[in-house]
Every structure is written in C-alpha cells, then in structure tokens.
Design a protein around this ligand. Structure first.
Ligand SMILES: Cc1cc2nc3c(=O)[nH]c(=O)nc-3n(C[C@H](O)[C@H](O)[C@H](O)COP(=O)(O)OP(=O)(O)OC[C@H]3O[C@@H](n4cnc5c(N)ncnc54)[C@H](O)[C@@H]3O)c2cc1C
Length: 484
C-alpha cells in the first residue's frame, strides 16, 4: 500500500544508528519514515552489546571511528538528560599483564592524545586503591575517566520516542526487499506488499546494510558478522568492580571486558567469532573461555551470580572504519553501514552528522517546534520514597509492584506502553523498564505483564506476543482469565 505521500527521508533499520538519524532529522522541517523488519526497534546489535560509551582513546586517529566516538562521548551527558537516560560516567581501566602490554598502553596513551581524549597511566598500586578486586598479576592500567555506560536498548528506544514526539513515523514488521528509482524519488518496497516513496533513503540496516545497498547498486563494502557472547551476573555488589575493565586490545578487537550495567548487573564478555548474520545462540565452550579470561582479570568474580547468557552480532565490515557516504551512482541514497564498535558510543554524533548531510541535500529549513526532551519516566529509584508515596496516593497503580526482582510497578508498565514507540510485547516492556531482567527472569511477573499489555492495548490475551509476530504466549486464554 502506498500512502500517496512522498517522504523526504526513509530510513531503513531501527537500530541505534537509524533511530539517532531519525531523532536529529526532526530538528528540520521534514517528513521522515523509519522502516524496521522486526516487531520492535533495537532488536539486533543495538540491543545486544556491552553498553559502553567508550572514551575514544582506542580508534586509529583520523578515522571516522575516532571522530564520531570522541564526539559522541562528549555529547552523551546532555543527550542523556534530554532523553531521560541513566548515563553513568564510571571511567574505564585498560589493564596490562606483561611488558608487551605496558608498551601497548604507551601506544594507546599516544593515540588518546592524538584523538583529544584525557587518559592517565596508573601504577599497580594506584589501580588497587580504586579496584581492589582485580588480579594481583597486573602491571598497571590506562585510566580513561570519560568512558561511561548507558542502556543500549534505552538509548535506541528513547531516540525513536523523541523522533516520533517530533513527528517521525515508524513502521515495524516492514522488511525492505527492493528499492527502485522512479523519476525524482526512490520507491521502497516491503516484503508485506507495502511500498513508500521518498526523496532520499538512508541505509542503516546494520549487519544487512551491504545487502540493502545491493538492492540498488554494487555494495561499497561487505559485512563479515562476528558474534559476541556474554554472561550477565546479578546486581550482587555495586562496589565489586566500579570501572569498565578491559584487557589490552588486539587486532581482532577489545577482548573480554567486565563492566557494570546502568542497573547494577555485571556483564562479562564478549567473545569474538565469525557467525551467520542471524545467529544469536550461545555455547558452553565459548562461555567457558570467557570465564577463564575473566577470572584472570578478577579471580573472585562470582560466576555463581550468573542469571543468564546472551549474544549479539557485530556488523563488522571489510572496510576498517565506519562507512558513512552518499552513493555516487544513486542520487539520494545515504549508506551508514559497517557500524561496528564503537557504534553505540558514536551513534548520536553520527545521527547529528548524517541529518545535516540530508538537510544540505534537501535544503531543509529548521523545525521551530522541535523539542529535544522526552517526557520524564517515573521510577522509585529516581524520585525517592516521599514523592513516590505522594504519587501512589494520586495513582495507586504505582504502588502495585509487578516485578519484585527489579522493583517495577504497574504504573511504570502502563506508561511504557502508552508512549510513542511504546512497548507492545513482553520483551518490549522488559527492554524498556526491566520486568523480567532480574533473578527470576520473568517467572513471577511475565503473566502479570501479559495481562497488563492485553488490557492496555485492548487485545485478547492470546494476541500478545513475547517478541516477534507469531511468538504468542497463549494458545487460548483460560475461561475467566480476561476478567482477572
Ligand atoms: C557483542 C557486541 C558488543 C558491542 N559493544 C559495544 C560497546 O560497548 N560500545 C559501542 O560503542 N559499541 C558496541 N558495539 C557496537 C554497536 O552495538 C553497534 O555499532 C550498533 O549497535 C550498530 O547499530 P546499527 O543501527 O547500525 O545496527 P543494528 O542495531 O543491527 O540495527 C540495524 C537494524 O536494521 C534492521 N534491518 C536490516 N535489514 C532490514 C531491512 N531489509 N528492512 C528493514 N529493516 C532492516 C535490523 O532488523 C536492525 O534492527 C557492540 C556490538 C556487539 C554485537
């Protein structure tokens, strides 16, 4: 179905890159449509990564990775306020275990200086003062105080929410299968029969960005996906490891890290192995290797606190940098692909940059009504007990605890459903406000979340999906369940 509307921009892909571009485009007077093949945004690399807002000491000076990482890191504190995100600037420590590593740290310090990033070499004694639980085998470390952590789902979802608050449109379950040039505009066809016209198209299709470019022209790069597997440990102790801890990077990547998440869990991983684009399995041998490396970094890391494992697929490419360019052959096509690490840290700077390329291309005027802020979320941890009690008097659903592990109330779940880019699946609620992320992994709260979703979306219980279309939780609701 063509809505007979010509968009200024169609963005293909609702990862952190596509949603960041959408958000920054809305500063201009522009009609934007984002097409995503999954049943939610942030379902691929942007939803399964380490969540580190790297400081930018590591990428090769002069590359797009260095430029956008450093800029993205500097922009993040303000953007986090606008998007109501918990960004914690906890700093990172890159450890040395050998004389060779000592040399690498010196090289990294030089790179940091060239990239304009503040870092400091710490002696073994200085490291132990701030991180007493690390291995006694370390020689020293490179401290990068500006590194931080953010929820990668939170960033992706809130970018899209803000874009939609300012008028952008989102269509989920719309997989782009073909793109054609029709006189002055591009026609984008989806697998479900819908098609849309636009003056420009942005290919932000992550691990499939080369395949999307191939729909129009010979791709300028090819993706070589690489999987990263992780352990997630419960939030057992906020002070056990306070910084993000890296090993010295090698040619294949940054290696295994240990880091807290913004909700106080610990992430341990990732691995780095070639894989198929859609392969998000985990396997015991790879996880065992991760465990061995992590115990070398931190011998007392309590793996008995593990609550789950997961993996994400890096959209690595054969170009040793991000690919951000306007097609030379196809007027109006922008490729933003091969955005591997530090893509999360760079996303907002890339969004800002690409939106300005499109503004210049289409001579867009400013949107005088643009609002960079999303409506604040209410959560007990943020507003404190007294204000929360007042809130409960006004709206008792904030006093009804649905997820005990992560302390999430019914009021918060209802709010997450009714926002722009709101949750409409069990996983969507979990990603946005965490019920099901705790120790019990949803055993106690999933049924309650299901009922709230059905009630708020005015759908029968059996139509509520776990995540993708077809992942319905119930085959048939039991008699009377709908009235509970
Ligand atoms: C294990 C791992 C750890 C990482 N750690 C970090 C980190 O700590 N810090 C950091 O800065 N970066 C990190 N990264 C990198 C970061 O996650 C990526 O750079 C970033 O998420 C890429 O975003 P994207 O939007 O390009 O891709 P994606 O998130 O993959 O989004 C692309 C979207 O396009 C959609 N799509 C594809 N084809 C089509 C189509 N034909 N039609 C419609 N939609 C389509 C997909 O469904 C997907 O939702 C990590 C990555 C991984 C995998």
């Amino acid at each position: 179905m063509n809505q007979n509307k010509i968009y200024d921009v169609i963005i293909i892909g609702g990862g952190v890159i596509g949603t960041a571009i959408a958000r920054y485009l809305m500063r201009f007077d522009v009609k934007v449509l984002l097409l995503e093949r999954h049943n939610d945004v942030g379902e691929e690399a942007s939803g399964a990564n380490s969540g580190i807002v790297h400081s930018g000491y590591d990428p090769k000076p002069g590359t797009k990775k260095a430029k956008f990482n450093v800029l993205g890191n500097k922009m993040m504190p303000e953007v986090a306020k606008e998007l109501d995100l918990n960004f914690k600037q906890i700093g990172s420590l890159t450890l040395s275990f050998s004389e060779e590593d000592d040399k690498t740290l010196l090289d990294l310090k030089k790179r940091a200086e060239e990239n304009g990033v503040d870092v400091k070499l710490l002696s073994k004694g200085e490291v132990f003062k701030i991180e007493p639980n690390l291995s006694k085998e370390i020689h020293g470390a490179l401290l990068a105080p500006s590194a931080g952590i953010v929820s990668p789902f939170g960033l992706t979802v809130n970018l899209m929410e803000n874009a939609m608050d300012n008028g952008a449109e989102l269509l989920l379950n719309h997989e782009v299968i073909e793109i054609e040039k029709i006189s002055e505009f591009c026609r984008v066809f989806c697998g479900n029969g819908a098609f849309f016209d636009a003056k420009t198209v942005v290919d932000a299709a992550g691990a499939l960005a080369d395949k999307v470019q191939e729909m129009i022209e010979k791709p300028s790069f090819s993706i070589t996906p690489r999987k990263g597997e992780y352990f997630v440990l419960d939030h057992f102790n906020n002070d056990f490891i306070k910084h993000t801890i890296f090993m010295c990077p090698t040619k294949v990547g940054k290696g295994v890290l240990i880091s807290q998440t913004t909700s106080g869990n610990y992430l341990v991983g990732p691995s780095n192995d070639s894989c198929d684009v859609d392969d998000v399995s985990t396997d015991a041998l790879t996880l065992e290797d991760i465990k061995k490396t992590a115990l070398k970094i931190c011998p007392n890391l309590p793996f008995n606190e593990t609550i789950r494992e997961f993996s994400g697929v890096r959209p690595n490419s054969n170009v040793d940098d991000f690919v951000i360019e306007e097609s030379k052959n196809f007027n109006g096509l922008f490729i933003v692909g091969g955005i591997s690490s530090p893509g999360l840290a760079s996303a907002i700077a890339i969004g800002d940059y690409v939106s300005k390329l499109i503004r210049d291309k289409l001579s867009l005027k400013d949107n005088l009504n643009y609002n960079p802020n999303i409506r604040k979320h209410i959560s007990l941890s943020k507003i404190g007990k007294e204000k929360y009690n007042e809130l409960i008097k006004k709206n008792p659903s904030y006093g009804k605890l649905i997820c005990r592990c992560e302390k999430v109330s019914e009021g918060e779940i209802v709010d997450s459903i009714h926002r722009n880019c709101g949750a409409h699946t069990i996983k969507g609620v979990k990603k946005r406000i965490r019920p099901g992320f705790g120790k019990c992994q949803g055993t106690f709260c999933e049924a309650e979340v299901l009922k709230i979703l059905a009630r708020e979306l005015k759908l029968p219980l059996e139509e509520i999906c776990y995540s993708e279309l077809g992942t319905n939780i119930l085959l048939k609701a039991q008699k009377g369940a709908e009235n509970e």
